[in-house]
Design a protein around this ligand. Structure first.
Ligand SMILES: NC(=O)c1ccc[n+]([C@@H]2O[C@H](COP(=O)([O-])OP(=O)(O)OC[C@H]3O[C@@H](n4cnc5c(N)ncnc54)[C@H](O)[C@@H]3O)[C@@H](O)[C@H]2O)c1
Length: 304
C-alpha cells in the first residue's frame, strides 16, 4: 500500500494565500511536512502560524522572492534545515495581470515573465541540483489551461504558462533516470484573488472552474503517487483540450470563442480587480540576505 504524501518534506512557493495555502493544508492533512515562502512576508508568517495552530505540526513561513536566485536558494536551504531534508518543491508563485496586450506596460510584462517563468526556471534548477545529488525528489510546477489554449486579455500570462508547460515536458525527459520526477499541474479557473473581477459564464464554470482545495488535492495526489507529466484540474477541462489540440488553430479559436473564453478576461470588472492589480503589480521585493522587505519607490513602479 502506498503511503501517499505522508512523511514527504515539501517546500511551497507563494504559500501565503490561494492555491499555495490550500496545498499546504491538504499536504499537512495527508501527513506531509511543509515550509511555505512568499513575497508577502507579513501574510506568509500569519498563514504559517494559522496552519501550525490548526494542524499541530510546526509550519515555517519564510520571505521569498522567486525571481531572486539568492532568495530562492536561502529559502530552500532553510526549508531543508527545518525539515531535515527536502523531497518536493512546488513552484506555485505566480501573477496574472489582465488587459489588452497593447495597453500592458513593459514593466508589467517583465514582472510576469520574471515571476512566472524566470522564478520557475530558478526553482527547477535549484531543486533539480539538490534532488539529482540526493538521487530522488519531485518538482511540481503550476501551469494553467491557458498554457495550452490562451485567452485574449492575458496574452503575456498565457505565454508564460506555455513556457511552464514546455519546461516541464522537457525536464521530464532530460531528468529521467536521475531520480527526479517532474509534474505540471494545469488548473482551469480557480476561485482565488487571482481571478477577482473575472466572471466565467455558466458553461466555463461547469467544465473548467474549481476551488483552490481541488487543485491542492490534485497536487497532493500527484506528490503521493510520484506521477510525472501534465495533470489538468478539473479533468473535464483536460478532456476538452485534448480534443481541441487535434484541431487546426482557426477551428480551435472558433470553439474557444463559443465557450466564451475569448471574452471572459477582456470583460472583467476592473474595479473588482483593483486590489489584486495593486498587490501584484507593485509588491515589495524581498531582500535575499536579511529577509526584510525593500519597498519600491513610486518611480520604480510600473506606470499604468
Ligand atoms: N487562480 C487561478 O484561476 C489559476 C489558474 C491556473 C493557474 N494558476 C496558477 O496557480 C498559481 C497560484 O495562483 P493563485 O490563484 O493561488 O494566486 P494568488 O494570488 O492567490 O497567490 C499567489 C501567491 O504568490 C505570491 N507571489 C507573487 N510573487 C511572488 C514572488 N516574486 N515570490 C514569491 N511569492 C510570490 C503572492 O504573494 C501570493 O501569495 C500561480 O502560478 C497561477 O498562475 C491560477
Amino acid at each position: 500500500m502506498t503511503r501517499g504524501a505522508q512523511g514527504k518534506r515539501v517546500a511551497i512557493t507563494g504559500g501565503a494565500r490561494g492555491i499555495g495555502r490550500s496545498t499546504a493544508e491538504a499536504l499537512l492533512r495527508a501527513g506531509a511536512q511543509v515550509v511555505i515562502g512568499d513575497i508577502d512576508t507579513a501574510l506568509v508568517e500569519e498563514t504559517a502560524a494559522a496552519l501550525t495552530a490548526r494542524f499541530g505540526s510546526t509550519v515555517l513561513g519564510l520571505p521569498l522572492d522567486v525571481t531572486d536566485r539568492g532568495s530562492f536558494e536561502q529559502f530552500l536551504d532553510l526549508a531543508a534545515i527545518e525539515l531535515g531534508g527536502l523531497d518536493v518543491v512546488v513552484n506555485n508563485a505566480g501573477i496574472m495581470p489582465t488587459g489588452r496586450f497593447l495597453d500592458e506596460s513593459d514593466a508589467v510584462s517583465d514582472r510576469q515573465i520574471g515571476i512566472n517563468v524566470r522564478g520557475v526556471i530558478i526553482g527547477c534548477k535549484l531543486a533539480a541540483a539538490r534532488f539529482t545529488e540526493q538521487g530522488h525528489g519531485h518538482i511540481v510546477n503550476l501551469g494553467s489551461i491557458v498554457g495550452i489554449e490562451g485567452a485574449p486579455g492575458i496574452a503575456v500570462y498565457s505565454a508564460t504558462k506555455h513556457a511552464v508547460i514546455g519546461l516541464g515536458s522537457v525536464l521530464r525527459q532530460e531528468l529521467a533516470g536521475s531520480g527526479v520526477t517532474v509534474s505540471t499541474i494545469a488548473p482551469g479557473f480557480v476561485r482565488t484573488e487571482l481571478i477577482a473581477g473575472i466572471k466565467p459564464n455558466a458553461l466555463i464554470q461547469r467544465v473548467a472552474m474549481v476551488g483552490p482545495e481541488d487543485v491542492a488535492q490534485a497536487i497532493t495526489a500527484v506528490i503521493g503517487s510520484g506521477r510525472p507529466g501534465l495533470r489538468y484540474v478539473p479533468r473535464t477541462a483536460g478532456g476538452i483540450l485534448a480534443v481541441l489540440r487535434l484541431m487546426p488553430e482557426a477551428a480551435r479559436h472558433r470553439i474557444s470563442g463559443a465557450f466564451g473564453l475569448q471574452s471572459v478576461v477582456l470583460e472583467s470588472d476592473e474595479n473588482a480587480r483593483a486590489a489584486y492589480r495593486n498587490r501584484t503589480e507593485s509588491t515589495p521585493a524581498v531582500s535575499p540576505v536579511a529577509g526584510s522587505p525593500v519597498i519600491e519607490s513610486e518611480t520604480q513602479r510600473p506606470e499604468r
